[in-house]
Design a binder for this molecule. Structure first.
Ligand SMILES: Cc1cc2nc3c(=O)[nH]c(=O)nc-3n(C[C@H](O)[C@H](O)[C@H](O)COP(=O)(O)O)c2cc1C
Length: 194
């Protein structure tokens, strides 16, 4: 059986991060992607990227309607290797943190927590209010991995895409998926004196 990753795209800025994760999973023949997009996510895909919702959906192996909480990923019996929410809005973060699972993405995240599965949240907002910070703290305490898409400079990015790829690489690393466009520290540094 292939490994399965649930990919959630919610309405924070940075839908391209989720899209790049889906694209990479298409290249990984031993992985299957299971996609759920919130209404907010539909909006940001539209407003921020050159992709239509249908194009994004076509990148996933399996698609789920956000309003159908009866889908397979709503159950702890669904076999999978974890879930990434990329990007994760502050509203979705609050929903997960409070257990208020009123859509399929929130329910799948709730299930990931209760089943003690890997849950990576690419939480995007700035600045952060105390509510946001408290929700992140709460979820980190419960085992979720809080991964704000923070800029990095040590990898010498030249473009926004380089910066995005770094975040995608870090997110995929959580699930032991090697992203070819990810520059690891120490690996690509030219330290030769000759
Ligand atoms: C273009 C755009 C960018 C947004 N960026 C963010 C963001 O970075 N972080 C955030 O928490 N909300 C952001 N929002 C607001 C969320 O989309 C909004 O709170 C929405 O209700 C989230 O719902 P969802 O989590 O179900 O997708 C953005 C909205 C739009 C239209």
């Amino acid at each position: 059986m292939k490994k399965r990753l649930i990919v959630g795209i919610s309405g924070a800025s940075g839908a391209i991060i989720g899209i790049k994760i889906l694209k990479e999973l298409m290249r990984c023949h031993n992985w299957e992607s299971h996609l759920v997009v919130t209404k907010g996510g539909e909006k940001t895909i539209n407003m921020e990227t050159g992709y239509s919702l249908d194009e994004v959906k076509s990148m996933a192996d399996v698609n789920y309607p956000i309003d159908d909480i009866g889908e397979a990923i709503a159950s702890g019996t669904f076999k999978c290797n974890g879930m990434v929410i990329a990007p994760c809005s502050m509203k979705t973060l609050a929903g997960i943190s409070s257990g208020y699972s009123d859509n399929l993405l929130l329910r799948a995240a709730d299930v990931s927590l209760k089943e003690r599965k890997k849950l990576a949240l690419i939480t995007r907002e700035t600045p952060l209010s105390k509510i946001h910070l408290k929700n992140m703290m709460e979820l980190s305490d419960m085992g979720a991995i809080i991964m704000p898409p923070v800029l990095s400079f040590y990898n010498k990015p030249k473009t926004i895409e380089d910066m995005t790829d770094h975040i995608v690489g870090k997110a995929l690393d959580i699930f032991n998926i090697d992203y070819s466009r990810f520059k690891r520290w120490g690996q690509n540094n030219d330290r030769t004196s000759k």
